[in-house]
Design a binder for this molecule. Structure first.
Ligand SMILES: [Zn+2]
Length: 338
């Protein structure tokens, strides 16, 4: 359950749980008071109307950590930076989207600093770029990962245990003044929402990448990667190809393939945010999503023809595996970009 309070002026909000007493059951108390005790440390960019969706692009490895290397001497850190820069460039060409690069050159950034940087910039999504290696040079293909359930659970426990995080904001809520139980509930809510968004966005990116490359697995994989551990920023890690496969190493070095990867990843991200835009963003405010209500006599084929939408696209948008439609059913149509 989510409670939203619209207030006429800025207030300090605190909340805590009270155990049952006399005629009262369990209570969640929300206390509002005017005087400010704490300086705001987070830029309030998210309150701006029509703000850009912020994508944190992380080039894997760097500096003294070269990552994996190919038979012909290609270092993973070089490839990941080249792809990351191309990805940031195509994201920045989109209205309503803005990319930030976690590293801009050949230097090392600690793994936990990478997602901290994304959180500081209030990123809506964190994307880490890699190029896998395996002892068998024949292994090939790309993979998209999100954080494993186990990784998320152990990270939540650590967050609550570490005092350095207690004054931190998680999903816009200060955990410091909450008792343990409430802090855990708030963290869980925020983390569950982030995990769900991670999966949905990763699925979009995987299906966009499938159009240019064979996937190593057909579904989004899960692993306990450190960079994916933000409690409130949806995160994914993309193994673009196997650098240990000589054919893929060669491809990874070409400008064309790097650009194809960047375009596909961007398309997947865009697809996700056009379908589920965060509030107050330019995409939420300006990208219209037309709908069609099925009338008697309608067929999926005729609707596709009327709106000039390919059948495949219409079925994909509405998660349909067959052509059955029901009178009164509301069908989503492709979004209209102004
Ligand atoms: Zn890597």
């Amino acid at each position: 359950m989510r409670l939203v309070f619209d207030l006429s002026s800025e207030q300090n909000a605190r909340s805590f749980l009270l155990k049952p007493a006399q005629q009262y059951g369990h209570r969640l108390v929300i206390q509002l008071d005017k005087h400010k005790t704490k300086k705001k440390t987070v830029k309030q960019t998210h309150n701006k109307q029509d703000r850009d969706i912020i994508i944190a692009v992380d080039a894997g490895h760097g500096g003294e950590d070269p990552g994996a290397s190919g038979a012909n001497g290609t270092n993973e850190k070089t490839i990941t930076l080249q792809i990351a820069k191309k990805l940031a460039a195509v994201i920045n060409k989109e209205t309503g989207m803005k990319a930030i690069l976690i590293r801009k050159g050949d230097y090392y950034v600690a793994l936990n600093k990478r997602y901290k940087k994304a959180r500081e910039q209030q990123a809506d999504l964190f994307v880490s770029i890699h190029a896998d290696a395996f002892h068998d040079p024949k292994v090939h293909g790309m993979s998209v990962y999100i954080l494993s359930k186990k990784g998320a659970t152990s990270e939540a426990a650590k967050w609550l245990a570490q005092s350095e995080n207690s004054s931190d904001l998680v999903g816009g809520v200060v955990l410091e003044d909450k008792d343990n139980m409430l802090a855990k509930v708030l963290l869980d809510l925020s983390q569950n929402a982030a995990m769900e968004a991670s999966l949905k966005s990763a699925e979009k990116v995987l299906s966009a990448l499938k159009r240019i490359e064979k996937p190593h697995k057909k579904y989004v994989e899960r692993a306990n990667f450190v960079v994916l551990r933000s409690p409130d920023v949806p995160s994914m890690l993309i193994e673009t190809a196997y650098i240990s496969n000589p054919q893929e190493e060669r491809r990874l070095n070409t400008r064309e393939f790097q650009q194809q990867l960047a375009n596909s990843i961007k398309n997947g991200i865009k697809d996700y945010f056009y379908q589920s835009p965060p509030p107050n963003t330019w995409i939420a405010n300006h990208v219209k999503s037309p709908k069609h209500t099925v009338a008697s006599g309608d067929t999926l084929g005729r609707i596709a023809q009327t709106y000039k939408v390919p059948m495949r696209e219409l079925k994909r948008l509405n998660n349909k595996t067959n052509n059955t439609i029901l009178v009164g059913e509301i069908l989503l149509l492709p979004k209209i970009i102004p």
